[in-house]
Each structure stands twice: as structure tokens, then as C-alpha cells.
Design a protein around this ligand. Structure first.
Ligand SMILES: C[S@@+](CC[C@H](N)C(=O)[O-])C[C@H]1O[C@@H](n2cnc3c(N)ncnc32)[C@H](O)[C@@H]1O
Length: 355
């Protein structure tokens, strides 16, 4: 594969790519899409309303229009479809909690040299506050609310009756699985503060009657109960290989024979662990925000799964454009009682032959 950056021009373009993101973030900082709403605005009136200079707003809006998030006609601007909905705080489809998290990442990424030097996450001596946990959980909901129904629709659960959404945060996936599978019962397992948010979100869903909550720290506590399926989405990258191996063992112990452990994460798919690029870049986030997190190759994850006693490890194909991560879903099974019996019969007949 040809490297993406081979020439000086490509290098320059890559390190200048911060410009459009900064323009888009400036628009969010001004709450521009909310203020524009569903009206058309003369630039002069809009500048007065936002209390900014006409010159500044003119150049900003021209760039927003050239990016497609605003529409321009002379000196009149209006929202694009996206601007009027997901970016507009007065619209029900607003995804503000996730946008706020991304905005905060801008200032975090500026500090990248700190964890590169120390190997420790930013502000590692400041404990995780309840307020942060709630905001983060809400952000996860706004991140996945479109994706979860599309992904769960491509994950048939067969006759499964029970599912555990392990590290399920806002429970967005659990609710999507419940909506897809009318006979299923699900539980979301997470920290107490995240589960409070999950309960608030579920309160407006019909399926919430089939949803329960398991507050615990699964790096410390065993997982109570036995499930047909455990869905483990976007948690693997938060932990070290050793921690992940221990979590896999706990997950296996909480699955019935033949049960399925389905993992979604930013997997690296090549032998050197470089691609997909998104998965490599995501490891930088783990460097910034976690003690020991990273992104992992499919083959090392499969090795941990086998060590924990899982079999039949295979990818779950997801339609392009609907996936969270490229080749990002893998599943493994607990051996069924039947396959266990066959294996032990094979073992005993082997012993007989050996005798
Ligand atoms: C990145 S979020 C993913 C949320 C959701 N699964 C998704 O895919 O959108 C990771 C979640 O795992 C939870 N988590 C991480 N470590 C945990 C632990 N040791 N015990 C309980 N929950 C944990 C976090 O609180 C957070 O809600």
C-alpha cells in the first residue's frame, strides 16, 4: 500500500487539515446553527444578533457555506438540512451532547505532547466526577442513536432470550436490541452514574419494561446472572491486554453454553496494526484519556478470546456506511454442551486408542 503521505505537498496538506475543523467548531461555539434556525438571515442582522464583527462572520459563513453546512444566496444565509436538525439545539434531532464532547477534544488534543512524554492520561490526578460521567454517557447516546438501530438490525439474535449490554453506558444499544427482538429481555451493566442516565433515556421507550440494570465495576466484580448474548461495544480499547483477558473470562462465566459474546471496537486489521487509519488514530484518544487503553489487532483479540475458552471466532459483516468501525464487529461463542460432550468423547476414545 502506498503511504498516504509521501510528498511534501501531502505532508503540508495533512498538517493544515485543522483549518476546516476549527471553522466548524467556531460555528458551534457561536451556536450559529441554533440562532439561524429555520430562518434566512442577512449577514448584517446575523452579526448583530451574535454580537460579532460583520467582517469575521462574513468570512466564517462563506467557509461554512463552501463546506455545505450553510446555504448562501448573496448576503443571505440559511441552514442546510444538517444545520437545521442535528446541529440546532431547538430541534428534536439535536446531537449537542456528542458535539460538546468533540468540542472539548479540540483543547485536549492540543495537549498531546503531555501523554506522549509521560505515558499518562491528561489530568490523571483529577478523579472522574459524577458530572463528567453523566455528560459522557449522554454524549455516547447522541453518538450512537442513529447507528444502534441500523447495527442491531444486522445482528439477528435467533432464539436468544437474554442479553447483557456490558459497559452499555446510556443503554442505547440495549434499547435497540429490545426494539428488534420483542421477546428479548436485556440488562445494561455499567457504573451507577452511567446507569442513572440510561434510566432517564429508557423512561421514554416502550421497551424499557424489558430492561434492567446491573451496577458494577466489571474489572473488579464478577458479572451476576447467565445470559444468552453479551454485547461488548466500545470498551475493549479502554483497557490493557491483561485487563481485557480478565474481562473476557468474566464474560464467558456469565454466558450459558452456546452463548454468544459479540464485540464491537476499533480493531486493527493488518499484521502490523496500522489500519484502518481511524482505528490507529483512536489509540491516540486512548493515550490522552486512559491509563492503559489502546486499539488492538483482530488476531491478538482472538488469541485472548481463545484463552478465555471461546470458540468459533468470526467477523460479523455490517453494511458499509452503517457501521461504527470498519470490520469492527467480531463474535465468539461458548462451546455448547453438545460440542463439549463430543470433545470429551473424542478425548476418551483417543485415550482408549492410546492404551
Ligand atoms: C465508550 S463507552 C461505550 C458505551 C456503549 N457501549 C457504546 O458502544 O456506545 C464505555 C462504557 O463502558 C463503561 N465502563 C468502562 N469500564 C467499566 C467498568 N470497569 N465497569 C463498568 N462499566 C465500565 C463506561 O462507564 C462507559 O459507559
Amino acid at each position: 500500500m502506498r503511504p498516504r503521505i509521501a510528498t511534501f505537498r501531502e505532508f503540508r496538506d495533512a498538517i493544515s487539515a485543522y483549518r476546516l475543523p476549527r471553522v466548524l467548531l467556531a460555528a458551534l461555539e457561536l451556536d450559529l446553527f441554533t440562532v439561524i434556525g429555520d430562518r434566512s438571515w442577512m449577514l448584517t442582522t446575523l452579526a448583530k444578533k451574535l454580537k460579532v464583527s460583520e467582517r469575521g462572520l462574513n468570512i466564517l459563513c462563506r467557509n461554512l457555506a463552501s463546506a455545505g453546512v450553510l446555504h448562501k444566496q448573496g448576503s443571505v444565509y440559511r441552514n442546510s438540512q444538517l444545520g437545521a436538525t442535528a446541529l440546532n439545539a431547538n430541534h428534536p434531532a439535536y446531537r449537542g451532547d456528542y458535539l460538546n464532547l468533540i468540542r472539548s477534544h479540540w483543547t485536549d488534543w492540543i495537549r498531546l505532547m503531555e501523554p506522549i512524554r509521560s505515558g499518562l492520561p491528561l489530568d490523571h490526578d483529577v478523579p472522574d466526577s459524577l458530572d463528567f460521567r453523566r455528560r459522557f454517557t449522554r454524549a455516547m447516546h447522541h453518538r450512537t442513536l442513529e447507528m444502534a438501530p441500523a447495527i442491531t438490525a444486522q445482528l439477528p439474535l435467533g432464539h436468544a432470550q437474554t442479553l447483557l449490554d456490558l459497559g452499555g453506558g446510556p443503554g442505547t444499544y440495549a434499547l435497540a436490541f429490545l426494539a428488534q427482538n420483542p421477546r428479548l429481555r436485556a440488562a445494561v451493566c455499567d457504573r451507577e452514574a452511567a446507569l442513572e442516565v440510561a434510566k432517564e433515556i429508557a423512561s421514554t421507550h416502550k421497551a424499557s419494561r424489558r430492561l434492567s440494570y446491573v451496577p458494577l465495576d466489571f474489572t473488579k466484580d464478577p458479572i451476576p446472572g447467565t445470559y444468552d448474548v453479551i454485547w461488548y461495544s466500545n470498551v475493549l480499547h479502554m483497557y490493557s491486554p491483561k485487563e481485557n483477558q480478565a474481562i473476557f473470562r468474566r464474560a464467558r462465566a456469565a454466558l450459558r453454553p452456546g452463548g454468544r459474546f459479540i464485540i464491537q471496537d476499533a480493531f486493527l486489521c493488518d499484521r502490523e496494526g496500522l489500519y484502518p487509519t481511524e482505528a490507529s488514530l483512536f489509540a491516540i484518544s486512548m493515550l490522552l484519556f486512559t491509563e492503559r487503553g489502546n486499539t488492538y489487532t483482530v488476531s491478538e483479540t482472538a488469541k485472548w478470546l481463545k484463552q478465555a475458552g471461546f470458540v468459533s471466532i468470526k467477523p460479523v459483516p455490517i453494511r458499509k456506511g452503517t457501521e461504527d468501525w470498519e470490520e469492527g464487529i467480531w463474535e465468539a461463542s461458548v462451546p455448547s454442551l453438545r460440542s463439549g460432550m463430543i470433545a470429551s468423547q473424542k478425548g476418551s476414545s483417543k485415550n482408549r486408542t492410546a492404551r
